[in-house]
Design a protein around this ligand. Sequence first.
Ligand SMILES: [Fe+2]
Length: 131
Amino acid sequence: MDKDLIVWSEGYSVHIPEIDEQHKKLISLINRLYNAYLNKKHQSEISQIIKEIKEYAFYHFSTEEKLFEKHNYAEKKEHIEIHNGFIDEINQLVKTHESSSLVLTMKTMTFLQRWLTNHILKEDKKYVGKI
Ligand SMILES: [Fe+2]
């Protein structure tokens, strides 16, 4: 039985169906990683999921950023900087997991969980109705 680290609820909605779907997909990828972690899956499987999270996050950020551009969103610059900060951190994570025997820790899981939920609830919520 799979356990969820993050459960999507209406409270996370930004009322843009395309973005909500992408957020759900990111949540499901983080939950997949969490289950791989709980079930002590092989390092290569863990690395693969982390890479998927990275790639999907990039794709998702570019979707949001295109909408910021299209609607000339006032807080575009600050928001993109936050995305870029996350990109740096996930790149570091991918590197660490590729190059060493370092195991996935609950600390990393908590980082991903907090990052995504806080980002949606604090940063993404600011653009609701504006993009
Ligand atoms: Fe965002």
